[in-house]
Design a protein around this ligand. Structure first.
Ligand SMILES: Nc1ncnc2c1ncn2[C@@H]1O[C@H](COP(=O)(O)OP(=O)(O)OP(=O)(O)O)[C@@H](O)[C@H]1O
Length: 708
């Protein structure tokens, strides 16, 4: 019968496509430079409990090593191979790729887990995750007992989470080795109960050892990996651990430099995009920029210029990717462009390491990156734009040459490259440490200064952050985590001040409102004001603005958007309603991407506080409790008006000014709290709300009584 015949043939086609794809993948895997080193690497891991692996970008470290270890029997007794990544997008996309290479559905043998998104199951043996997530797992399972191997990938990035994790893993690894060895043959020192005595990294290891002995935990294999790693430094830190190099890269990447330094790198990037598009052979372009605003401005400029090109040259598809973009939008960059189109990806350093973006042949690297810095003496955390390190430049160029030869356009002269720092300053050296301290305390590590970090944070920064946590009520006078506030705060994946605000809000009966405001404060630029439509955008803002300040204004925006969406959903499909909301955002000069991100964060933190058993109630129309709650939570950033119209920040003594984007810019109330201090040519404060000065001593006596 014809229909039978066609069914059969379509099954045949599907089958042969499947086998063709598997063959293609197998061929690709065998061609990777790391493939020649498979046996050697397995031997090295068998012989060394800690191993450092350095290999070129694209050589196959992240995708292949876990598979080699799995096939080499490292999961035989049920253990999991955990691979950490500094970024969520890398954890997700690499896991997808490896699942495909293994020919299994994602979430079975191969899975990933990132904050609020866990695609693993009992059968998962190769698990990709963010370094922050593994740290959170350590809170519940200090021995990381389900892992037989942990690979810390992209260790060169030296995020705070990676650094804390390295210190923690050093201890866990040592303890698990000792525990396991002791079961077999013990001549180690023991206490009267026969438990090994060992105190390391501030953790009382006797209990860990006891556990290791009772559960017969096997030693943990620890692998530190990167393409651009100071192998010696890492080896020294891990007591002379063995370092191996995997030679070779799959495809060449031509590096091109400019003759002269560029005065405006954004403009230079724009010109280079069009030059490549008009003159070079097919292949997609990846451009590294410093942030959402820069990306959105180039996106508009490219769109503006496209219609001026000849019809045949207009097939250019611009796709942005930055951290605060919802993940389903981030995933768009991994989709192939429609036939005949060239894709231009505008990315922050989120796409710098680990990821393979299909189709990328050209990389444009202006050599700049936005980083958060920290001034412990004032508590200011300005975001500044700085030059990348050599390691970052190498990673960026490594995003090309993954599927074929590539080109990287560095928008600076070659001699400038030589002047760059070898590696990026570790984040722990330049950030507010209150979150780190809170996490370490929650892990039972009380001696923060004595903790064996690969690079010690500044002592002053540690002390400042302990002070801050004490003032927020998270630490006791003995510097222990307080109960319940400190413990609750450590469970919330937020900046400690926001976590505290949520806890306080449950007492002020306005948690409903605070959840929204914290979500809105957690995203970049809710409002946008294009220069050519400044008046219109101001008028739009007025319809939401509250004379009490920006926090209530943000609340109004969120609620108005929810109301709009609900109404739209009553008469439209969900997709249509979402589309209408984007239109509504545009009309009201609201950044729909940021708003969507805030809605996601809102539902996530709402789930968190529900799990913690906090009371979610609303203060209704009376905003007084909410404003008092703002004062009780943000008292460390209270400021008083001075005769000249500037403000004095009460905790740092700095002179600050309300940012022109604030609804209180002209009103200038006597006493305010603010969320953020931005340092440009002035100290500007953003997200400002009016409070009553007398509330400060009443609601934060621990701070304002100390001041007198
Ligand atoms: N999602 C993907 N789609 C297509 N090919 C991929 C994908 N992920 C990896 N590959 C291929 O596998 C190769 C090895 O990637 P892998 O991430 O394992 O390298 P790596 O050595 O870890 O690189 P890096 O140091 O840059 O993270 C890539 O160069 C690419 O050819």
């Amino acid at each position: 019968m014809p229909s039978m015949a066609s069914n059969n043939s379509s099954t045949h086609t599907a089958k042969s496509e499947f086998y063709a794809r598997r063959q293609e993948i197998e061929k690709h895997r065998k061609a990777l430079p790391i493939a020649a080193a498979e046996k050697r690497l397995l031997e090295e891991v068998r012989n060394n409990d800690i191993l450092i692996i350095v290999g070129e970008t694209g050589s196959g470290k992240t995708t292949q090593l876990p598979q080699y270890l799995f096939n080499g029997g490292f999961c035989r007794s049920g253990g999991i191979i955990g691979i950490t990544q500094p970024r969520r997008v890398a954890a997700v996309t690499v896991a997808k790729r490896v699942a495909e290479e293994c020919g299994v559905p994602l979430g079975q043998k191969v899975g990933y887990a990132i904050r609020f998104d866990d695609l693993t199951s009992n059968s998962t043996r190769i698990k990709y995750m963010t370094d922050g997530l593994l740290l959170r797992e350590a809170l519940l399972d200090p021995y990381l007992s389900k892992y037989s191997v942990i690979i810390v990938d992209e260790a060169h990035e030296r995020t705070v989470h990676t650094d804390v994790l390295l210190g923690l893993l050093k201890t866990v690894q040592k303890t698990r080795s000792l525990g396991a060895r002791d079961i077999v043959n013990s001549d180690n020192k023991k206490d009267e109960n026969g438990t090994l005595l060992e105190k390391d990294n501030g953790i009382q290891n006797t209990s860990i050892l006891k556990h290791c002995q009772s559960t017969k935990l096997s030693p943990l294999k620890l692998i530190i990996m990167s393409a651009s790693l100071d192998a010696q430094g890492f080896s020294d830190y891990f007591g002379g651990a063995r370092a191996v190099h995997v030679q070779g890269r799959q495809f060449p990447v031509d590096i091109l430099y400019t003759n002269q330094p560029e005065t405006d790198y954004v403009d230079a990037a724009l010109i280079t995009i069009f030059q490549i598009h008009l003159e070079e052979s097919p292949g997609d372009i990846l451009v590294f920029l410093t942030g959402q605003e820069e990306i959105e401005s180039i996106e508009r400029l490219v769109q503006d210029r496209l219609p001026k090109l000849p019809e045949s040259k207009r097939k250019l598809l611009v796709v942005p990717i930055f951290a605060s973009l919802p993940s389903e939008k981030q995933m768009k960059v991994f989709m192939l462009a429609p036939v005949g189109f060239r894709k231009v990806i505008l990315a922050t350093n989120i796409a710098e390491t680990s990821v393979t973006i299909p189709g990328i042949k050209y990389v444009i690297d202006p050599g700049m990156v936005k980083v958060r810095t920290y001034d412990a003496s004032t508590g200011i955390e300005p975001l500044i734009i700085v030059k990348t390190s050599k390691a970052q430049a190498l990673q960026r160029s490594g995003r090309a040459g993954r599927e074929g030869p590539g080109k990287c356009y560095r928008l600076y002269p070659e001699n400038e490259f030589e002047k760059l720092k070898d590696s990026t300053t570790a984040e722990i050296k330049r950030c507010n440490l209150s979150n780190v301290v809170l996490q370490l305390k929650a892990l039972g590590i009380d001696d923060i200064v004595g903790f064996d970090f690969i690079e010690k944070p500044d002592r002053m920064a540690v002390i400042k952050s302990m002070e801050l946590l004490f003032l927020l009520g998270a630490l006791t006078e003995e510097s222990k985590l307080s109960d319940p506030v400190g413990h609750q705060m450590s469970r919330l994946p937020l900046d400690p001040i926001y976590s505290k605000a949520l806890i306080v809000a449950s007492q002020f009966n306005c948690l409903e409102e605070m959840l929204i405001v914290v979500a809105m404060l957690s995203v970049e630029s809710i409002f946008y004001a294009p220069r050519e439509k400044l008046d219109e955008s101001r008028t739009a803002l007025k319809s939401f603005s509250s004379t009490d300040g920006d926090h209530l204004t943000l609340l109004n925006v969120y609620r108005a958007s929810e109301e709009f969406l609900e109404k739209s959903k009553q008469v439209n499909s969900k997709e249509k309603a979402e589309k209408n909301l984007r239109k509504w955002c545009k009309e009201n000069f609201i950044n729909s991407r940021s708003l969507k991100h805030a809605r996601d964060i809102h539902s996530q933190i709402r789930r968190n506080v529900e799990q913690m058993g906090l009371q979610i109630t609303s203060c209704g129309d009376d905003m007084l409790p909410f404003r008092r709650c703002l004062a009780a939570s943000f008292f460390l950033s209270a400021a008083l008006k001075q005769p000249d119209g500037t403000y004095r920040a009460l905790s740092s003594g700095l002179t600050v000014q309300i940012h022109p984007s604030s609804v209180l810019f002209r009103m200038k109330p006597e006493c305010i709290i603010f969320d953020e201090l931005v340092r440009t040519n002035q100290n500007y404060i953003r997200n400002v709300s009016r409070i009553d000065y007398l509330w400060l001593a009443e609601l934060a006596p621990q701070f304002f009584a100390l001041q007198e």
